[in-house]
Design a protein around this ligand. Structure first.
Ligand code: IVH
Length: 702
């Protein structure tokens, strides 16, 4: 990360600019984490962004944005499940990161209750489970509905999936079960189940998961509850929502009732009174963290007396009466035995630390990333050094730096290669024209003649967010490439035909049989008509991630239209270039990259070969006759983030709606983005239905 100015030294303009940047960056990470179950930064890095945002907002309260991350709870619901409006919102928690933060918090509690002479404050302390929260509704003791948190106000109905979890009773036991009670808690997956599942997925040629939390999320969001059932998810009850009566008047008492009713509650929950006791329990739980067998990321403290909870109340997205004291990322020291270079699909040379195996947070680690050559230099690590490594919520750990006192005399500096270790082509650091600086990443210039780039491109092509071919995972792609069966993406689709004529048939190879081969070929055939956005993403063009792929698909509708625009732009057609650049969210770098891709004749030939085998589908938006906004008058106001104003208008019109510029009694719907002002107020005064941009997408089914 670049050096940050202390918050107090920032000008208003700088603060506003940084807050805008943080809002969009945090939103991006939230989407990756909650919607795609695939985080791209460590939890610690994410927390650091949120902390910076909070510090800025505290210093400049008038600059708090409409779309501030502190105003959001969780993330909007995904497609495919019925929505459930939570009768009581599912909240988030404020964080403490140090003993001082915790002492401040307890200080605030005492100050709030200062007038209550002789009052002794007690808190419950329990692990913060790193899973997914769920709300379970029981009516007359019977489990009737279960939902995810979603955005806190509205979640997804995942009742059937939750019914498959053994820790969740179908029927509550005991004579004090209220008529209505919503039990809330965390669905999680154990380390052992996570590792076993990934092994199994790998053997079946399926994509593996990144960490237990994302696996639990992915498992809960299965449309087929048999899949969820096979995942052995677990559940701890720790909170509640709507209810007809309460079984106790303290936090501890309610959790004890949960246990009597048949729930699993966390065995490390205690009642503590002083800051010293709180810190001690945090330390104790921290010491057990590595051996618990499931991920936790802190300790949650809650005011024990429910009447005091009610008095202390809530802030925007979290209760005041509870706080999560987070753990620092898990660290360990071990020996850096070697540094290996991995070559990625875009040719990036990534140094990987080969470590003497060591257990960090319950997981055995023998590799860690060193990012790039500047990082090795900056950290000053030598081969042979004892190094400190850190695992921060994610599976790939990082090397933090050497323990200099333990440096052996023969520790060796790593010479970063200037040529690709796989294909021998020169490896270069490109000059960034904008900054005039060398790119931190050194890249192999061999492109598709480099076997490492080729095989990694293939892996990307079949990955979950791309073509998602069942039975074709990392392991199979590597083997097929090495055996010469598949060298390019187009080869995947001619495999059946070539195999029929081959002397070395796949069904006779180890690990395969007639049935599994047939299944694989069928799975390949099923993907001959890929969704346009996935297909564009699958091509593996630099700077074109799945979101960018979707933007192109949405704007051009067909692969031909998009490719023609890219080719024309490459031939100097300024209008075509402008049309690419006019898409909201797409800038010069992406356009340069896609245009450059199609200028390359080798790439063009590869695309032609691929298009002889597959026909990407047209990107369809729900048609006007089945559209929920057909015939309605819609007004857009405020700033929109996922589409430009003109795109929003075009989309609404395609769906049969009329788009108006101002709100009147005739308006049926106002879509208000951040910064909406008088139009929003007018709509509210007139009782016109309003929604935000995400609400609009949910409504039109996108
Ligand atoms: S209490 C009203 N207790 O942490 C308070 N939350 O950052 C509701 N979590 O959404 C939360 N373990 O998913 C609570 N023992 C615990 C928890 C816990 C994990 C999660 C939960 C919540 C998030 C807040």
């Amino acid at each position: 990360m670049t050096e940050q100015k202390p918050v107090a030294d920032l000008t208003r303009e700088e603060a506003a600019q940084e807050l805008a940047q943080l809002a969009s960056e945090i939103a991006k990470h939230d989407a990756a984490y909650h919607q795609k179950d695939a985080p791209v930064v460590s939890d610690a890095a994410y927390d650091a962004l949120r902390r910076r945002n909070e510090a800025l907002e505290a210093e400049f309260p008038d600059l708090v944005r409409e779309d501030s991350p502190t105003k959001k709870v969780g993330f909007a619901v995904a497609d495919g499940f019925k929505k459930v409006t939570h009768r009581l919102p599912m909240l988030s928690l404020g964080n403490a990161f140090s003993d001082e933060d915790l002492a401040d918090y307890v200080g605030r509690a005492h100050k709030f209750f200062a007038k209550d002479a002789g009052l002794e404050l007690a808190f419950t302390a329990e692990p913060k489970i790193d899973g997914l929260s769920a709300s379970l509704r029981y009516e007359n003791g019977i489990f009737v509905q279960g939902a995810t948190r979603g955005d806190g106000a509205e979640g997804e109905d995942i009742t059937e999936n939750l019914k498959t979890i053994k820790d969740i009773p179908q029927k509550l036991i005991g004579d004090d079960v209220p008529d209505v009670f919503e039990v809330r808690g965390e669905v999680y997956m154990s380390h052992a189940d996570f590792e076993a599942l990934n092994k199994k997925l790998e053997a079946e040629g399926k994509q593996t998961y990144v960490n237990p939390r994302n696996t639990a999320a992915g498992s809960l969001r299965q449309l087929d509850s048999n899949v969820t059932a096979s995942r052995n998810l677990k559940f701890f009850a720790y909170a509640w929502g709507d209810n007809s009566t309460m079984p106790a008047d303290t936090q501890m008492g309610v959790v004890e009732a949960f246990q009597r009713w048949g729930f699993k509650v966390n065995p490390l929950m205690r009642r503590v009174k002083t800051v010293e006791e709180m810190v001690a329990h945090h330390t104790l739980i921290g010491e057990q963290r590595a051996t618990l067998g499931y991920d936790i990321d802190g300790v949650v403290f809650k005011l024990d007396r429910l009447d005091l909870q009610a008095r202390w109340g809530f802030v925007a997205r979290a209760p005041r009466w509870a706080i999560a004291f987070k753990f620092p990322a898990e660290k360990a020291t071990t020996i850096l035995e070697d540094i290996e270079i991995q070559v990625g699909r875009t040719g990036a040379l990534t140094p990987v630390a080969k470590l003497k195996p060591v257990t960090v947070g319950g997981v055995v680690v023998s590799n860690a990333t060193l990012h790039n050559e500047d990082e090795i230099e900056r950290k000053g690590v030598l081969i042979g050094d004892t190094v400190i490594i850190q695992r921060a919520g994610d599976v790939i750990p990082q090397v933090l730096g050497p323990v200099l006192e333990k440096r052996p005399a023969d520790a060796k500096k790593f010479e970063f290669p200037t040529h690709c270790p796989i294909c021998g082509s020169p490896a270069e650091r490109e000059l960034n024209e904008k900054t005039g600086k060398l790119d931190v990443v050194r890249r192999c210039t061999g492109e598709l003649i480099c076997p490492a780039q080729a095989v990694n491109q293939l892996k990307h092509f079949v990955a979950r967010d791309a073509l998602d071919i069942d039975g074709m995972g990392t392991k199979q792609v590597t083997a097929f490439y090495e055996e010469g069966r598949i060298k390019t993406a187009a080869d995947i689709f001619t495999l059946r035909e070539r195999d029929a004529q081959s002397f070395k048939k796949l069904k006779d190879q180890e690990g395969w049989g007639a049935t599994s081969v047939r299944k694989l070929f069928d799975a390949i055939d099923e993907r001959r008509k890929p969704e346009l956005d996935k297909f564009i993403f699958a091509l593996g063009i630099r700077h074109v991630g799945s979101t960018t792929g979707a933007m192109f698909a949405k704007n051009y509708g067909t692969f031909d239209a998009w490719m023609s625009a890219c080719i024309a732009a490459g031939e100097g057609d300024m209008a075509a270039r402008e049309s690419l650049l006019s898409i909201d969210g797409i800038g010069e770098t992406v356009v340069q990259s896609v245009v450059g891709f199609f200028v390359n004749q080798q790439n063009r030939a590869a695309i032609d070969a691929l298009l002889a085998q597959v026909s990407p589908l047209e990107y369809v938006v729900a048609s006007a006759d089945e559209s929920p906004v057909a015939g309605k008058t819609v007004v857009f106001t405020g700033s929109l983030e996922q589409m430009s104003r003109s795109e929003a208008k075009a989309m609404a019109e395609r769906l049969g709606a009329k788009v108006a510029g101002s709100v009147s009694a005739k308006t049926d719907l106002l879509v208000a983005g951040p910064g909406a002002g008088s139009k929003l107020k007018k709509a509210q005064d007139l009782g016109v239905e309003t929604t935000d941009e995400q609400g609009w997408f949910d409504l039109v089914g996108r």
